[in-house]
Design a protein around this ligand. Structure first.
Ligand code: HBI
Ligand code: FE
Length: 295
């Protein structure tokens, strides 16, 4: 099973339905949903669980992960236990000006976007239980830190994520939230990138999941389609299983360049077009087949 985070329900519902409570403690948070990390209260058993997850995923990286992801992860020196967000923020700040803030879990879209726009990445402060090593409903500290933080050390990707966050207010104003969420889901959580050695994973949702790290590169089942902003914004996605389509970047620069335009006219144009299913190749798609680059 995938450990990809499903969309929140409950106090910070990001999908319009609120039926199950969220794991984190939202009772003592600041107005911007931040909380103290509570690093000193992390138990030896929790640090050991972090090391198990870290070592298990790290073993897969040389075969499946983008080289940039591996190089950035190494600079964070985060193997020994659940990272101290303040100390990790010092390393991150020197690299790209980003810092980490501890949060109880998923945030309302507007709060989340505002943190990204100000180069603060929200990291959940709790770790999954021992019986959740392979499947997790909400993102925990391992998904958020191991999955998302490494590429915040990469200047181009870090600039993309800030530019993405700045698009939040525009999306709220122009009915584009769902489309902006798809851009995050496909290109931050589940993105692939083309390299001279073949396709590699860089998305946080796949690289924090043992099963999906391998599946997204090796399985003949999902579609792998060259990145196109409108195509991504029109394409629905699954939240409770491996993805049926992965989008492939030529470079992180390509993703950053895609945000260097107003999205409002795009939202207006797409409003008149039907959504696309997650499991179908479309006319005009640049299709990558397993084992070879695009035909
Ligand atoms: N909150 N903490 C947290 N982490 C996320 O990744 C996150 C979120 N809230 C909303 C959200 N992601 C998605 O809806 C994005 O598409 C905005
Ligand atoms: Fe995530």
């Amino acid at each position: 099973m995938s450990s990809t985070p499903v969309k929140a329900t409950g106090p910070v519902d990001t999908t319009g339905k609120s039926d199950t409570p969220l794991r984190g403690d939202y009772s003592a948070m600041a107005a911007d949903y931040t909380i103290p990390q509570g690093w000193d209260a992390i138990t030896a058993e929790e640090h050991a669980r972090w090391r198990t997850l870290y070592d298990r995923q790290s073993a897969l990286l040389p075969r499946y992960a983008a080289p940039e992801f591996m190089a950035c992860l190494a600079r964070l020196d985060a193997r020994d236990g659940v990272p101290h967000f303040g100390r990790a923020s010092e390393v991150l700040d020197r690299a790209t000006g980003w810092t980490l803030v501890a949060v109880p879990g998923l945030l309302p879209n507007d709060v989340f976007f505002n943190h990204l726009a100000e180069k603060r990445f929200p990291v959940t402060n709790w770790i999954r239980r021992a019986d959740e090593m392979d499947y997790l409903v909400e993102p925990d500290v391992f998904h958020d830190f191991f999955g998302h933080v490494p590429l915040l050390m990469h200047p181009v990707f870090a600039d993309y994520l800030q530019a993405y966050g700045k698009k939040g207010a525009e999306a709220e104003a122009h009915g584009g939230l769902e489309r902006l969420a798809r851009l995050y889901w496909y290109m931050v959580e589940f993105g692939l990138i083309s390299t001279p050695q073949g396709l590699r994973a860089y998305g946080a949702g796949m690289l924090s999941s043992r099963g999906e790290t391998q599946y997204c590169i090796e399985s003949p089942q999902p579609n792998r389609v060259g990145f196109d902003l409108e195509r991504v914004m029109r394409t629905r996605y699954r939240i409770d299983d491996y993805q049926e389509t992965y989008f492939v970047l030529d470079s992180f620069e390509q993703l950053f360049q895609a945000t260097a335009r107003d999205f409002a006219p795009l939202y207006a144009k797409l409003a008149g077009l039907p959504d696309l299913p997650a499991d179908e190749v479309q006319p005009g798609d640049k299709v990558f087949t397993v084992g070879r680059q695009a035909a």
